[in-house]
Ligand binder design. Structure first.
Ligand SMILES: C[S@@+](CC[C@H](N)C(=O)[O-])C[C@H]1O[C@@H](n2cnc3c(N)ncnc32)[C@H](O)[C@@H]1O
Length: 188
């Protein structure tokens, strides 16, 4: 079984809609995880819901510390073993700083939260400097309004001007999802 087929199988088992359709086929975008699968990494995911994706990451990454972030206080009940939960708003700068202080830096950051462009950008401003390898933004089809699309376009332009080529090694675009790869000092 390929790594992507395994993601699809586990996605179905745990009930996240990330892999294998009909909503998404993010198994292609998450191929990169295979190369760091057994390393003692830290993964942070914004957007926890019922914990399906947290269970999946816990299974796939046996040596990882996993941090789930959600605005819903009920998600605290999902804290278990290697999985920590922080509750707050992904667009709150002070909250993000506190998460970084407690758990950072992060090898992988996944934004599967509100899917509102302004929130995605606020999270990126707060977390990108503390992401060591990959920063994933899911569900980019969501911001429907011209204003949020314009905001996102402006921010990407700003990032490209301000950051490239310093700390972005690559931008991998797939349907509705982008994987930003950080230029890192040490090879995997
Ligand atoms: C799409 S669900 C996450 C699904 C989960 N990653 C999975 O695959 O099983 C989105 C989650 O983001 C949370 N959320 C929405 N707006 C948020 C915000 N502004 N800050 C933090 N979490 C937010 C919601 O409470 C919800 O649990």
């Amino acid at each position: 079984m390929s790594f992507e087929e395994w993601l699809v199988m586990l996605g179905k088992r745990f009930g996240t809609d990330k892999f294998g359709g009909p909503s998404h086929h993010y198994e292609h975008a998450y191929r990169f995880v295979e190369q760091i699968q057994f390393q003692p990494i830290t993964l942070l995911e914004i957007g926890v819901l019922g914990g399906a994706s947290l269970k999946l990451w816990r299974e796939i990454l046996p040596n990882a510390k996993i941090v789930g972030v959600d605005k819903n206080e009920k998600c605290r009940s999902l804290e278990w073993g290697r999985v920590s939960i922080e509750t707050g708003d992904q667009s709150d700068e002070a909250f993000l700083s506190e998460i970084v202080r407690k758990h950072g830096p992060f090898d992988i950051v996944i934004d599967d939260g509100s899917h509102v462009a302004a929130h995605q950008l606020a999270s990126m401003r707060g977390l990108w400097p503390h992401a060591k390898r990959f920063y994933v933004i899911e569900d980019l089809q969501h911001p429907p309004a011209a204003e949020t699309a314009r905001q996102m376009g402006n921010e990407v332009r700003r990032l490209l001007k301000a950051r490239l080529p310093d700390d972005i090694a690559a931008i991998h675009c797939y349907p509705s999802i982008v994987v930003l790869e950080k230029a890192c000092a040490s090879p995997f």
